[in-house]
Design a protein around this ligand. Structure first.
Ligand SMILES: C[S@@+](CC[C@H](N)C(=O)[O-])C[C@H]1O[C@@H](n2cnc3c(N)ncnc32)[C@H](O)[C@@H]1O
Length: 286
């Protein structure tokens, strides 16, 4: 497809994405297998087109309680950064992906109280102190080694004030999730995006599971289909994802100098139980 034709269809993607649309690999290729999948520009745009805001009130409330200096790790394309900033908080967002940050910058360019920094959450030094640090929607799972997890938590601790709070939203790895066999699939999300004028679908499947390492490789297939049924974009990505269990997380937090305050099972602060969809921990810097 020519870039001229592509640009007539919409403006939300850069030209390279249209090369993928026809099933022809662009420079990055349609199947992204990388240690760090977010290094892919097209994937960042597809991720950003999904909307999710169930956790926003929880973090807004926490920021209001703790003080307004917020550090958001793995802030991505600004899904949470934007409402936090709009609520009057002073937010520093860090993310390792230049593509996710570019999308966040486009939304926050003129916001006076936001700073976006490209950095790895395992090693950053950006001053502070902060009242609240956030690691949202399972982003911690991209750290696949205990040492990496610890380094990230130690870095967070260094940037928090005494008594400052870390909120970390972890996957609740239930036995049925862990037990899914390779090739098993589940429809994760199907969503119409009025802003883009197309329906987005993301289907996740299990590539492999290593119980000894607590690592699952997941393949996500992203598709965007317009009102005429035309495929607008398609992308596959595989990444390793490390789950951690409740008391492992508690030990990690303690090793990094945090005192656990609460373990919630959802964003309404219900207690964590066997059935909980998520494992949301709030810990205080000792
Ligand atoms: C699932 S997205 C979540 C983005 C955002 N927190 C949100 O709630 O929409 C995961 C993000 O983690 C970032 N990420 C993964 N590993 C990282 C690392 N080691 N350091 C910083 N960011 C990282 C990715 O670039 C990506 O933007």
């Amino acid at each position: 497809m020519s870039k001229t034709t592509a640009s007539k269809r919409g403006t939300w993607v850069d030209d390279t994405l249209w090369d993928v649309m026809d099933g022809v690999a662009s420079t990055a290729g349609a199947l992204v297998k990388a240690d760090h999948p977010w290094a892919d520009a097209q994937l960042a745009q597809l991720y950003d087109a999904f909307s999710f805001d169930a956790d926003v009130p929880f973090y807004l409330e926490l920021a209001a309680q703790q003080g307004g200096r917020v550090l958001e790790l793995a802030c991505g394309s600004g899904r949470l950064t934007v409402p936090l900033a709009n609520a009057g908080n002073s937010v520093v967002g860090i993310d390792v992906s230049p593509h996710m940050l570019a999308l966040a910058r486009a939304k926050l360019e003129t916001h006076p109280s936001v700073t976006l920094i490209q950095s790895d959450m395992r090693a950053f030094n950006i001053g502070g102190p902060f009242d609240l640090a956030i690691i949202a929607v399972k982003s911690f799972a991209y750290l696949t080694e205990t040492e990496d997890q610890l380094q990230a938590l130690l870095c967070v601790k260094k940037h928090l004030r005494q008594g400052g709070v870390l909120a970390i939203d972890l996957l609740h790895a239930k036995p049925e999730w862990i037990g899914q066999s390779p090739g098993s699939m589940r429809d994760d999300l199907v969503q119409y995006s009025a802003a883009h004028g197309f329906t987005l679908s993301r289907v996740e499947s299990v590539v492999s599971t290593d119980l000894s390492q607590q690592i699952r490789v997941i393949r996500s297939a992203y598709e965007a289909i317009d009102a005429r049924g035309q495929l607008v974009a398609k992308r596959f990505v595989e990444w390793p994802y490390r789950w951690i269990h409740r008391f492992e997380a508690e030990h990690l937090l303690a090793r990094a100098g945090f005192e656990l305050q609460s373990v919630y099972g959802d964003y309404q602060c219900e207690p964590f139980t066997s059935e909980s969809a998520t494992m949301l921990m709030v810990a205080r810097r000792r």
